[in-house]
Design a protein around this ligand. Structure first.
Ligand code: CFM
Length: 537
């Protein structure tokens, strides 16, 4: 059921004209006859609108730093910023020595009114000393929350002094929640410092095994990266580091030794991939390990990059075996899912990645989008030169890297690189828009009003999104599947993950629960109102 521009305009017509004008730039009806549909993205949410976005602190501490298991991540701020971030993102990690894994802990300076008035630097320094005494970690991070920036605590100098006292790296991140328009700013802040101070901070020059790779932008939610690595290792790859799922400080230091960087989540990590290419000459390959076909294609592209006969043969063997194992089960689940329609609205990459997996189950994605992606995640990297920096993006410090004179090494001749670029997404990502069906909806920073309106009009059978809209949607009688945390399930990546996803989605459809819920528009009159701009008439 394709939607028209007119229907979208009707939804937005209920909003004040300024808001209408703003929101209409964030919503596209996919029109295959227009190759370059432009969407506005990575701009401020209108105050008062209920967005699903998070803050810069969430992107820095929660997303990028949080999964690094052998570091201690101190949150400098009131306890709420830690409490509500504790264990909610299901980035799993395991270590041989359990005392080297701090993922289950929550470290906060627990700022009180006194600290806000008189400053919290001493308390932060004391927290670092206490952490060293009790846990003795290899390295520490400090993440700033909003009040820290407002009162002007100098976390950088507290970090530097602690480095001298304890002889380990203490990295301070000025990721105050209000820096930037969403968590995307926090990814950038975190990655820049990891690139500057951790990656390559080792005397190792070479990976111990051939086919050495880093997996960038994979966070091991529900065990995703374990399922991906299982297959990669069997084929013969050596995974140097995962940034940052089940990741570690020690592995990150070696990331410069890889021969290829895989990019799973383009949004959160594309600039690191670019910087690694500039500094060490390591190309990056866009991969997608969500869905059976995408996983197989990503594996084949990797094998093409290395061009090794044994690797290519082993890749085909593994794909054949894995597919034969899972396909009968997928076929069973497909009987339940076939013909259904989905909304797929997630943070900055999954709104695209999950569409292939839905399609393999016979589910069509009729609306998709991202909370905080940038235009290149929608329209592809070719639009990058046309994106103008605004005052919000200029607020995030840029890191300029240069070629490492000793470590830079050309991995591909220009001719081979050129040849490969024509065949595989080497240092390239084409974005979400290109894969959407004609008449489907692409929406940036979807809000609660639009969620309800689009559901009313398009009547999806499943809503793939997050915790913030899950319950609203379920109360409308529609199954909601959390694609951020996977509810309590996973992994969903790779071959094994596809079966788990198919099972969970089928369970959602087959549950009799939905028959007991009457959506409000079935038995309640719809209130209609009008907004008088400039106050009551
Ligand atoms: Fe990348 Fe992510 Fe995502 Fe993201 Fe996230 Fe996440 Fe996400 Mo939730 S790094 S952009 S900031 S893939 S936490 S693991 S699920 S919004 S689509």
């Amino acid at each position: 059921m394709a939607m028209t521009e007119k229907e979208v305009a009707e939804i937005l017509g209920k909003l004040p004209s300024k808001v209408q004008k703003n929101r209409s730039k964030h919503i596209l009806v996919k029109d295959c006859s227009q190759p370059d549909q432009v969407i506005e993205a990575n701009t401020r949410t209108i105050p008062g609108i209920i967005t699903n976005r998070g803050c810069a602190y969430a992107g820095c501490k929660g997303v990028v730093l949080g999964p690094l298991k052998d570091m201690i991540h101190i949150v400098h701020g009131p306890i709420g910023c830690s409490y509500y971030a504790w264990g909610t993102r299901r980035n799993k990690g395991r270590t041989e020595d359990p005392s080297e894994n701090f993922l289950n802990y929550c470290f906060s300076t627990d700022m009180q009114e006194k600290d806000i008035v008189f400053g919290g630097e001493k308390k932060l320094a004391a927290t670092i000393d206490e952490v060293m005494k009790i846990f003795n970690p290899k390295a520490i991070t400090i993440s700033a929350t909003c009040p820290v920036g407002l009162i002007g605590d100098d976390i950088q100098s507290v970090g530097r002094a602690a480095e001298e006292r304890h002889g380990i790296q203490v990295l301070a991140f000025n990721c105050e929640g209000y820096k930037g328009v969403s968590q995307s700013a926090g990814h950038h802040i975190a990655n820049n410092i990891l690139m500057d101070k951790v990656i390559g901070n080792s005397t190792e020059e070479k990976a111990p095994k051939p086919f050495a790779i880093n997996i960038l932008g994979e966070y091991n939610i529900g065990g995703d990266s374990w399922e991906i690595e299982r297959v990669l290792k069997e084929i013969g790859y050596h995974v140097v580091s995962v940034m940052t799922g089940d990741g570690s400080y020690e592995e990150l230091r070696l990331a410069h030794t890889a021969q290829l960087n895989l990019v799973q989540c383009h949004r959160s990590i594309n600039y690191i991939a670019e910087m690694l290419e500039t500094k060490y000459g390591t190309p990056w390959l866009k991969v997608n390990f969500i869905g059976i076909n995408s996983t197989a294609e990503s594996l084949r592209n990797m094998a093409q990059y290395f061009g090794d006969e044994t690797l290519i043969r082993k890749t085909e063997e593994v794909i054949l075996r894995e597919q034969a194992t899972i396909q009968p089960r997928i076929d069973q689940y497909r009987k339940i899912c076939d013909g259904k329609r989905a909304f797929c609205f997630v943070g900055g990459s999954r709104g695209h990645h999950y569409q292939g997996l839905f399609a393999e189950l016979g589910i069509e994605t009729v609306l998709a989008g991202y909370e905080f992606a940038h235009r290149d995640d929608y329209e592809g990297r070719s639009v990058l030169p046309t994106i103008k920096p605004d005052s919000d993006s200029k607020n995030i410090p840029e890191l300029h890297v240069e070629r490492d004179t000793e470590r830079y090494c050309v991995k591909l001749t220009p001719e081979i690189a050129e040849e490969l670029r024509a065949k595989i997404p080497l240092s390239n990502y084409k974005g979400l828009n290109i894969d959407m069906q004609d008449g489907s909806i692409i929406v940036d920073d979807l809000n609660h009003y639009e969620t309800e309106e689009f559901i009313r009009l398009l009547k999806p059978d499943i809503f793939a999104s997050g915790i913030k809209d899950k319950y609203v949607v379920q109360k409308m009688g529609i199954p909601a599947k959390q694609i951020h945390s996977y509810d309590y399930s996973g992994p969903y990546a790779g071959f094994g993950g596809a079966v788990n996803f198919a099972r969970d989605v089928s369970m959602a459809f087959a549950s009799p629960t939905w028959n007991y819920i009457i959506p409000p528009w079935h038995d309640q009159p719809l209130l209609d109102g009008q907004i008088n701009e400039g106050g009551a008439a």
